[in-house]
Unconditional design. Sequence first.
Length: 349
Amino acid sequence: MAGILNKRERFIDLIMTNEGKRQLFDGEMKPVYASLSDKFSVYDDDNDSQSNKKKIDKFNIEASSLSIDEIVLEVDDSGRLTLPSQSEEYSVVGNKIFEAIKEETRLTYNLVNSSSFASTAEKIKNQSIENFQKNKFLSSKSMLEKFDNFKIESNTHTFSITNSTPFPEGTLTQAIDIDDAEPFMFDSKLAHYKNFQFLPPVNKDGSNVGQYSDFRSTTKGDYQQIKNSLNISSFDFSPLDQEGTTVDYVGDVPIINRESNLNIDTVIAKPFKKIIFEDTSQHNNILLQIYEKNINGLKMKKLDIVDAGEFHDENDPQNPLKHVYYVGKVYFDTNNIPTFINMFTLIFD
């Protein structure tokens, strides 16, 4: 609902976007955050000129569904966009990218080719940031704020797959049939969610109905177990310097392998990269979206992120709180049961 109290004052209206309507229809509409913008506002002050007052007297409708409102691209369980994302430079339908071609007064969209894929994918990646900035969100700036920009020490990093890392027994041993992988209900990375907790039936008096076994995997219930799964005891060392390994190179990228006289069971830390936030806000608020670009297939997919929760690390008294996220893809087996395949892990402290 909306009402006009004074033509010189603003009122708040609400229009649901197409994506909001889809979520509402599917029962997925769960508003969590709200933001306010003054992009289209006109301010009155003591030094108003006549031209300014004329602008203020005009009636403006602000609520609308604009392309700049699209900051987080929504996807289904397979990573395909649920609604087409479109601009004057590109269009994305599912995981296929189309390049905009201007023809006099109209736009046409053609499927990208190998030469235009990289540049168009880069535009899509940057579009969320540009839309966020164009919205001109209102915020309060703390007196403790030191920086106006967001800056990290490294913008790129390359990981290489070798005969030793990240797979302990080589790359060929890691092939798995999706029907043999752990589905959602047995996945240790999802066991902490209420949806997948072990809930055996009980009687009204609280006694057990019978004897039931918990078949879930709970091998990642604490921070130490998560580090063990990565073969990492501490993030304060360089995997390239660990004992019993040798460093090879693919171009300028250093990669780690076992020394020739080491047994194949020798544990090697999975490669990782530690990135320092050099300039950031007081609260370190981050909006993160991760995409996979298939250059050969000319497709782009948004990866899924599983929130593993926040953990306390007793071995790091300066930064004891660690927030862990799993990044990967969702596949469906022959019985149409979803399975999450973890590609890499993010740890924020």
